[in-house]
Design a binder for this molecule. Structure first.
Ligand code: GDD
Ligand code: MN
Length: 380
């Protein structure tokens, strides 16, 4: 039978009802156990599994493909030069053609056995989304360390800034939704970082109809959590994006924060050089400016533009361009402030306008020339 006639002959019941999306990074040891657990825990529902791997060094994607003969329900998306739990989940969901979509970690920490109950509630109560929660009846965070619980609680508290409805576990990475709801919000998603659920909820223009099902967060058996400082930073970026994204890009806010830290650094370094070391004004200013520009460059490379982070030779080349761009920015800043001052503007207004124009210039030049955002995005 040719492929075409085979496809035509596929009975309607063979179309999966549920797409289970497994974002996975360095989860080689967990893929098979998760697939087994799904088979044991999700009975009576036709489902497909889409594993979205970000080119893990441990060969997760290759390993998953090697299991395809035993698990025909599995498909693999291997993304190159991309990363992020949220964007992986979004792409996985968009790749499935099932009417209902679940997102679940690929490390057995989320309890797959509650998936049928979650789907049942979604359908019976005509909800947009059903969340697997660690903080409601029947739910628990399991053996969380004190620090992990504190991070989680702080995150939960901050989430109120962008989503005020009472969801008991807005940080959950375990939920089922109806495709219709996904399509409604998909174009407004930030897609940054870890918190895809919060992103979905906060992107809806109308109140979301949600339900919750409790479960106990299990311990990892293989591999380790990828939650780190960067992930917390990305969480702040998500909050910023949702709060002011439409008129102020979060990357620009980060850039200004780095600039502000640099300014404080510059003032204290200048004080130290001129007072303690008795350097002349010009010498102290020159040394402190170069030092702070270097520090700013490093911070921006590390945080603001980390998706486009420069390494090796590129790092040094970028530093050179950054010096140049910022010097022109500083020149423009001084010119504007001086001429405004001469035209009779108050000192504070003149200085602030100079700083604003200088920062904007530095930001756009840095994005375009140093980290080359547009060019590199097109290549991905
Ligand atoms: N494709 C892809 N790309 N997958 C990723 C990435 C990435 O950049 N980062 C993490 N993952 C995958 C991991 O392989 C794992 O399957 C899942 O996403 C969750 O990552 P963990 O590192 O295990 O997260 P966690 O256990 O600390 O926290 C999880 O559970 C919490 C409770 O529900 C996350 O889902 C949190 O968002 C959630 O709050
Ligand atoms: Mn985990």
């Amino acid at each position: 039978m040719s492929l075409a006639s085979h496809v035509q002959a596929t009975p309607r019941e063979m179309t999966p009802e549920l797409g289970v999306i497994l974002p996975a990074f360095n989860e080689r040891g967990n893929v098979e156990p998760v697939l087994e657990a799904l088979r044991a825990g999700v009975k009576g529902i036709l489902y497909e599994v889409i594993l979205v791997d970000d080119d893990s060094e441990d060969g997760t994607a290759d390993h998953a493909r090697s299991l395809a003969a035993r698990f025909p329900e599995l498909r693999v998306i291997q993304r190159i030069n991309r990363y992020g739990l949220s964007s992986a989940s979004i792409e996985g969901m968009m790749a499935s053609h099932a009417p209902y979509l679940a997102v679940m970690d690929c490390d057995l920490q989320h309890d797959e056995r509650i998936l049928p109950a979650m789907l049942e509630r979604l359908k019976a109560e005509h909800l947009d989304i059903v969340i697997g929660t660690r903080h409601a009846e029947g739910g628990s965070t399991g053996n969380f360390s004190v620090s992990r619980r504190a991070i989680s609680d702080t995150g939960r508290f901050l989430s109120r800034a962008i989503y005020s409805e009472h969801v008991s576990d807005p940080m959950s990475g375990f939920f089922i939704l109806e495709r219709r709801f996904l399509l409604e919000v998909v174009r407004s998603l930030s897609g940054t970082g870890y918190k895809i659920l919060l992103d979905l909820l906060a992107s809806s223009k109308r109140p979301v109809r949600f339900g919750e099902v409790g479960y106990t967060f299990r311990n990892r058996r293989h591999g380790s959590s990828k939650l780190d400082l960067l992930v917390s930073l990305e969480y702040l970026e998500l909050l910023l994006d949702k709060m002011l994204g439409s008129f102020l890009p979060p990357r620009f806010v980060l850039f200004c924060l780095v600039g502000f830290v640099g300014l404080l650094l510059n003032l204290s370094l200048f004080e130290f050089l001129s007072r303690a070391l008795n350097l002349s004004l010009t010498a102290a200013l020159a040394v402190s400016s170069v030092a702070v520009m270097t520090a700013n460059y490093w911070m921006n490379n590390q945080f603001t533009f980390r998706k486009f982070r420069l390494r090796g030779r590129g790092f040094w080349k970028g530093l050179g361009v950054f010096y140049l761009a910022c010097s022109i920015g500083l020149f423009a800043n001084l010119q504007l402030a001086n001429s405004m001052r001469q035209s009779g503007f108050k000192q504070a207004v003149a200085v602030l306008s100079g700083v604003a124009v200088g920062s904007l210039w530095n930001y756009f030049m840095s994005s375009m020339l140093v980290w080359q955002i547009q060019r590199r995005r097109r290549r991905l």
